[in-house]
Design a protein. Structure first.
Length: 145
């Protein structure tokens, strides 16, 4: 028996998808609830799809997401590249990525894809980032305007 965190019921394990992420080896959400979430998430409206992703993935309300976006003046918190809120906006600007602490889940800010991936590649480690800074100081870096 497995417990579904969405419908709050115990069900036989064959009602759950297999998952390598959990100790039990099964998803925390039953197949029925998973299908309902998926149908809501795959909305035709790109903004609605983004809102649901932000809410489910990071527990962040759309109002708070927009507030973070505005407080950062619509730019990446690291490199200051202009961003957009979601893909439905007709623009070549990158979509804002929600950066979060992988240990605590706490949302830190909004980043461009490059900066978000960069932090991930450096494993959010100040030691790695400082070492990279020292390396670039020693061997030269590219000036970005």
């Amino acid at each position: 028996m497995c417990y579904c965190s969405d419908c709050k019921t115990n069900k036989d394990s064959n009602n759950f998808h297999k998952s390598k992420r959990t100790k039990s080896g099964f998803s925390n959400i039953c197949k029925t609830c998973s299908a309902i979430r998926k149908s809501k998430y795959n909305s035709e409206n790109p903004m609605k799809r983004r809102q649901l992703h932000i809410q489910y993935e990071f527990g962040l309300s759309w109002d708070l997401y927009e507030y973070k976006f505005e407080s950062q003046h619509g730019c990446c918190a690291i490199c200051k590249t202009p961003l957009r809120l979601h893909k439905g906006i007709d623009s070549d600007l990158p979509v804002a990525c929600v950066d979060h602490n992988h240990s605590t889940g706490e949302v830190r800010g909004l980043l461009c894809t490059d900066c978000n991936l960069g932090l991930g590649k450096f494993k959010d480690s100040l030691d790695y980032i400082n070492s990279a800074s020292e390396y670039l100081t020693q061997y030269g870096s590219i000036k970005v305007s």
